[in-house]
Design a protein around this ligand. Structure first.
Ligand SMILES: C[S@@+](CC[C@H](N)C(=O)[O-])C[C@H]1O[C@@H](n2cnc3c(N)ncnc32)[C@H](O)[C@@H]1O
Length: 324
């Protein structure tokens, strides 16, 4: 997964002339705050220079996670959103990702931090697409959200984990109230992120939502013990990104977990299961761990399974295996 070229150039332009030392210090300080102060409801970022560094350091990964989740949702739903709400937009990764998939007419970004809004707007000003250029940025605290931001597609990515636990489910209900077609909530792919997503899933089912993805069913989540449901997306990293994150390889693997809830029933009936973890491919057989309506199932598919085997050979973590 790669950032759209005009977004990548726009993030690099933000820091042209900046000293590498200052950017590296900002990057380290941001990582420290995200590590120590997430889940406290505190503001984690207040300066424009930090927001610019956030866009360089984190947007490729959050964009990748959002785009991958949308891609998976599109496999089970043919919904066509025209309006989009990016709740806790940060520097706008969700809007750029959604706009790559859909020809959006209207984008609204809700964000609490002026610094993030300012950088998000600057980046969108560089877009060639009108929906991004004309996006509405509104300063708002999601904990005080009302129902006046209704949109076909609502995305909230890497936001709920920053809030106090007692605020999260209240916000989820409000996000759902603002959803006309599909709501996608993405969290870091950690055990804690997954525990949040599991609670969110329960709340959304209680609210009458149809689960679109990743679960191929609406039964109780079958993940037990210290296991957690998460997916990985590989994102390309540029020169500045490598420097800020002190990495050598030209890519980064972002782990994320998510839930997508729909107003309409989705096309999940022919799904055998969603692959969790990397399939094991041996000569003549593929073994996959899948989440299914009957729980977590280990399935071995062999050459004898014909076209299903051909499908299974191509499948990777996070994808669905469908009956042919
Ligand atoms: C880690 S960033 C994620 C930004 C963006 N969604 C992305 O995926 O790149 C979290 C964002 O949520 C915003 N945020 C956290 N709590 C918020 C709240 N209560 N109301 C509005 N925005 C909030 C933060 O200011 C920050 O910009």
């Amino acid at each position: 997964m790669e950032l759209p070229i005009e977004l990548r150039l726009a993030t690099e332009k933000l820091v042209s002339g900046e000293s590498i030392g200052k950017m590296t210090d900002d990057a380290k300080e941001l990582s420290r705050r995200y590590m120590n102060d997430s889940g406290t409801g505190k503001s984690l970022l207040g300066k424009k220079s930090e927001a610019a560094v956030y866009s360089l350091m984190r947007m490729p990964a959050t964009y990748g996670a959002i785009a991958s989740a949308i891609e998976q949702v599109c496999q089970v739903s043919d919904f066509v959103p025209r309006s989009f709400l990016d709740a806790g937009a940060g520097t706008g990764a969700g809007s750029w990702a959604a706009n790559e998939f859909f020809k959006l007419d209207k984008i609204t970004c809700l964000e609490r931090e002026e610094a993030m809004m300012s950088i998000g707007k600057k980046l969108m000003a560089e877009a060639s697409d009108n929906a991004l250029k004309d996006a509405r940025w509104i300063k708002a605290d999601l904990c005080q959200l009302n129902d006046s931001y209704k949109a076909d597609l609502v995305v909230s990515s890497y936001v709920l984990n920053e809030m106090l636990p007692e605020d999260r489910m209240k916000v989820v209900r409000k996000l759902w109230d603002n959803t006309e077609k599909m709501l996608i909530i993405i969290e870091p792919g950690t055990p804690v992120g997954f525990q949040n997503i599991r609670k969110i899933r329960d709340v959304l089912i209680e609210e009458g939502a149809y689960i679109a993805a990743p679960c191929p069913h609406m039964e109780k989540c079958p993940v037990v013990g210290d296991d957690w449901c998460h997916f990985t997306t590989r994102v390309q990293r540029g020169r500045i990104h490598k420097m800020l994150k002190e990495g050598d390889v030209p890519y980064e693997d972002e782990k994320y977990t998510y839930i997508a809830a729909s107003r309409e029933r989705c096309n999940t009936s022919d799904i055998i299961g969603r692959v969790m973890r990397h399939p094991i491919i041996d000569k003549g057989r593929v073994t996959v761990n899948m989440c299914t309506v009957d729980g977590i199932v280990k399935k071995t598919i062999t050459k004898k399974d014909g076209s299903l085997y051909k499908e299974a050979k191509k499948i990777s973590n996070g994808e669905t295996l469908r009956a042919l």
